[in-house]
Design a protein around this ligand. Structure first.
Ligand SMILES: [Zn+2]
Length: 61
């Protein structure tokens, strides 16, 4: 029996376009997106995508 656990090796934020890859147990950024973005990663499987809601991110000063 092969108990394959699909581990994402690469993820892209659908909101800011940040790209990260998984290496040595941590996510390393390939491309810097918005630092204050609540990243919504374009991966499925082990990670539950955050539901898109209209959050005004830049409303507080
Ligand atoms: Zn993001």
């Amino acid at each position: 029996m092969s108990d394959l656990l699909r581990t994402p090796e690469r993820r892209t934020c659908e909101r800011c376009g940040r790209v990260e890859h998984y290496e040595d147990g941590v996510w390393r950024a390939d491309g810097v997106g918005d630092l204050y973005c609540i990243h919504e990663w374009d991966i499925d499987g082990a990670f539950v995508p955050v539901k898109r809601e209209s959050t005004p991110a830049a409303e507080e000063c």
